[in-house]
Design a binder for this molecule. Sequence first.
Ligand SMILES: *Cc1c(COP(=O)(O)O)cnc(C)c1O
Length: 228
Amino acid sequence: MTSDTDFARIAQQRDAVLSHISKTSLLAGREDKATLVAVSKVQPDVRIDASLEAGQRIFGENRVQEAQNRWTERRVLYPDLKLHLIGPLQTNKAEAAVALFDVIETLDRPKLAKALAKAMRSQGRRPDMLIQVNTGAEPQKAGVLPDDLDDLLGLCVRLDLPIIGLMCIPPIKEPAGPHFALLAKLARARNLAVLSMGMSADYDVAIRFGATHVRIGSALFGARLSRT
Ligand SMILES: *Cc1c(COP(=O)(O)O)cnc(C)c1O
């Protein structure tokens, strides 16, 4: 059950984020505006239900199991939902990810590309996919290095994966702008239309650099209760 206060707060925060997205897109001279992916990971269910009531239909989750628990039933209630996987994917979860998600944003290595291709063949489902790029070349971070992007893309083409764009998470301690600029340049040179970049703290910057999708959690729902 969603209480009136939860609903009012979430609806109001969503309106504020959507209007900021519109304004920033317009100021950046863009004809399209960036799409809001509401990052629901670790948020309590009441907040998710409030945002569904407010009209939100595109959500991002970073763990397959958590997403299955939260969305398997809601997906039946809301047939127009679009679920994005935005966290690292293990190959042994490729089948489950293909079954649940509409967009997999974190394809970043050949072994995973092959596992996803196999899952798509066996299920006859074709979620869209983004390649995650490790623009800061951080050793602990997921994502393909910019220098290895073309090899991975070539493999994805051979495997007939529906790659529609690129995604990045800039290093936390650096200004995000140069990373967004790099991702936009990599995508443009390869004719990839979708750019998933920008989170609560920097989505206005990302939109200026051409983000088509911004992934926003805390600015929409409030602080996460535990794990980030
Ligand atoms: C958690 C997360 C977000 C959202 O972060 P906020 O700062 O809460 O907006 C966006 N992208 C990814 C990949 C995340 O894991």
